[in-house]
Design a protein around this ligand. Structure first.
Ligand code: KG4
Ligand code: ZN
Length: 410
């Protein structure tokens, strides 16, 4: 069991946070005595991360030396599957119901005491579903202010990107990032913590959304459990299908290829599947037909991704950027076919390493928020206890949002 003294928690606090804590609480410790202890001690600290941006209530606890201490997650699949997708108000109610228990389970699982052992409270501040974000944020703000701990508001997509530095300690900036989730499809250049250039986004649906809609169109039951859901169900069907039996047009190939704008589009894929089903009069009661359609969809989505990634690599090459790797993260990066094709592209074509966290760290989880909290805390990015959620939050704006509540945007 890892135990920390209360002193250690306070020892880690920067003057900025010290001021915040003094402003909001009756501060009880003698900071100058505490800070004089050894440097090694100061470097180790523990963060608790809370994630409630969509439908999973997740909490993770991690130490700054990458030691994963514990986590807990409450899935809501059985609530949303009958509705055909995530219902934000229902998700909020379930976050409200279960978050306290999930926090407690993560602490129990890590055998840690929140007062004594947790040094930093991190939480997803955005982007995400507004009612859901506010549940996690209010819990985190309350915990942090009452316990006198620093609060770190985390950008959900930055957390997905930084997970690669949790699993691969040697990964240095700059690197290229492909973030593929239910709400985003982004190609980013990661310059450093809080500093990203967006090279591409989707003009309409996110890739995960396209997987989800196509799974619904094919009437696939969601895969149950962690790393489950409609996208994972489609992957499973596609694995036993023939991707060449049906031809689906790759999106945006007729448009002018431009390195300045390698944007993507996934909404047309679902339409193409609809047209295919009607034109060929396909019988979806035939499981092999379903598998082959699923495989054709997945292969086309992957070709579209690869096509645009090539443009992004060209963009970096033209600027002589020495990339230290290609990171792929977000829920859809848990897809084995996507991982395999990205690996091939990165290795064979660009002689660069693909860093893709294991599937349970690609889909939403509390550890990624805790880790992002650690990374941000280390460079002094600490937030005020009055911050609000930011449901729509372009990652490029990260560096421009202040840590105080006054900058909150809706
Ligand atoms: O990152 P994530 O867990 O939550 C968001 O931030 O959106 O991503 C969830 C998305 C969903 O659309 C889900 O269907 C998709 O990722 N996804 C997958 C797979 N697992 C999850 N898509 C394709 N293949 C998978 N194996
Ligand atoms: Zn996510």
């Amino acid at each position: 069991m890892i135990s920390y003294s209360k002193k250690r928690a306070i020892r880690l606090i920067s003057p900025h946070v010290e001021n915040l804590i003094r402003k909001h609480t009756k501060f009880k410790f003698n900071l100058s005595t505490i800070r004089s202890e050894s440097k090694n001690d100061v470097e180790l600290f523990t963060a608790l991360g809370i994630e409630t941006s969509c439908d999973d209530t997740a909490v993770g606890i991690i130490r700054s030396d990458r030691n994963i201490l514990g986590e807990a997650i409450k899935l809501q699949q059985e609530i949303h599957e009958p509705k055909g997708g995530v219902v934000p108000t229902l998700a909020m109610v379930y976050h409200q119901t279960f978050l306290p228990q999930v926090v407690k389970s993560a602490l129990d699982n890590a055998r840690l005491d929140v007062v004594r052992d947790i040094d930093v409270i991190a939480v997803t501040r955005g982007p995400g579903l507004a009612p859901c974000l506010s549940v996690g944020l209010n819990a985190a703000k309350t915990l942090a202010i009452v316990l006198g701990k620093p609060l770190i508001g985390v950008h959900h997509m930055e957390a997905h990107a930084l997970t690669a530095r949790l699993t691969n300690p040697e990964l240095k900036f700059p690197f290229l990032v492909l973030l593929i989730s239910g709400g985003h499809t982004l190609i980013l250049l990661a310059h450093g913590i809080n500093k990203y250039t967006q090279l591409a986004t989707t003009l309409d649906d996110a890739i995960g959304e396209a997987f989800d809609k196509t799974a619904r169109l094919l009437g696939l039951p969601w895969l149950k459990g962690r790393n489950g859901g409609p996208g994972a169900a489609l992957e499973k069907f596609a694995a036993a299908g023939d991707p060449n039996r049906y031809q689906i047009p790759i999106p945006m190939t007729k448009e002018k290829r431009t390195k300045e704008n390698p944007n993507m589009s996934f909404s047309g894929l679902k339409t193409s599947i609809n047209i295919l089903l009607e034109k060929e009069n396909l019988d979806l009661r035939d499981f092999q037909v379903k598998r082959d359609v699923a495989a054709a969809f997945q292969a086309t989505a992957i070709r579209h991704l690869s096509d645009k990634l090539n443009l992004a690599f060209d963009w970096c090459k033209e600027r002589d950027l020495a990339l230290n790797g290609l990171v792929a993260s977000g829920g859809a990066a848990s897809n084995k076919a996507i991982r395999t094709s990205l690996e091939k592209l990165a290795h064979d074509k660009y002689n660069i390493e693909l860093i893709c966290p294991p599937p349970h760290l690609c889909t939403d989880n509390g550890l990624m928020i805790a880790w992002a909290g650690i990374e941000r805390y280390r460079v002094g990015l600490i937030d005020d206890y009055t911050i609000n959620h930011i449901p729509k939050w372009p990652i490029e704006e990260l560096g421009t949002i202040s840590t105080a509540s006054s900058s909150t945007k809706y």
